[in-house]
Ligand binder design. Sequence first.
Ligand SMILES: *Cc1c(COP(=O)(O)O)cnc(C)c1O
Length: 397
Amino acid sequence: MPRFAYNVGVRIYMDYAATTPTDPRVLEAMRPYFTEVFGNASSVHSFGQEARAAVDRARRTLAEALGCQPSEVVLTSGATEADNWAVVGVALAHEAKGRHLVVSSVEHRAVLEPARWLASRGWEVTFLPVDRHGRVDPDDVRRALRDDTVLVSVMHANNEVGTVQPVAEVARVARERGVLVHTDATQTLGALPVRVDELGVDLLSASAHKRYGPKGVGLLYVRRGVRVEPLLRGGSHERGRRAGTENVPAIVGFGKAVELALADREAEQARVRALRDRLVCGLLELEGAVLTGHPSERLANNAHLCFEDVESESLLLALDLRGVAASSGSACTAGSLEPSHVLRAMGVPRELAAGALRLTLGRWTTQAEVDAAVELVREAVAELRRALPRARSTARG
Ligand SMILES: *Cc1c(COP(=O)(O)O)cnc(C)c1O
């Protein structure tokens, strides 16, 4: 495996759910498309046709990964665009049927915010509850469906706590009622099997930079025949569904990243899972540490814990000072003292949610890093608790 600066330095990167470094092999595959093969993929001349061929190859790789036709893969600027487009594009295209959407309450904000925007424009949105592990109950989906429901959106796996959703069951329930289903598979493509027919979904979002590809490129799978109103209008790129000159190097990188991930998926997941289990074991030995999320139905690389009597932002800073890059779980709520919407939906008590810590591992994580991280978290937590105005942790029996 190629090595990275942070691997040999003193810093430990444990925020792979936020983004991943571009794999050097991906970068190599991308390189010629900045300078030698720089044509506009829409041009008729040979420069353009070389670029077009590269985009087509990448699209075929992505389609094979998803088990769909290349024509069903629309390349976007990332998962945020794909999520926005799925929600708003389906809503606008199916207004004649109704103005009701069903989304889970633990979705990424790239799904929640467009749903809320539609709600502010007269659509009705049902936010599905989750259990204490963060799972949606397909029976709740059944109860939420109405004759005027146009879309159900339930993510494949949650980016904060790593919980994997029963997407296939949710999709079965929705499709019995003729309702379209979208899933945000940004955290799972290349980690879990993501086959659109097995999942039974009509739309699916993914992003390259969560799987060792470049930032700023993603896709929306749109099942053949499903109508989605374009959000970007202009040229006839992507069969008139998404205007804009193709980001050829990024698209090539996305294809390469997914190809690499699938070639080694099971071995890589097993390796990362073993490291994650070691990490969780070590951290649960700390006093007042609670594992959040699902005990088994979770991403192999995700460790999410809450620490009693610790404030998340302070913990992240204390860890950063010690060279450990971690997250509270939600990049979007960073800087605010509000508990994450995911932990709130799971019913995690406010005081506990305030001490959230997400450590996510990846391709370059080593056992030495895991062992060092456990020690550094132990140190940081102890330091913060010593500084508490009231030493509640010592008062506990
Ligand atoms: C990162 C992420 C997104 C946003 O993807 P971008 O490509 O960064 O816009 C959406 N959904 C989930 C679940 C994510 O983890």
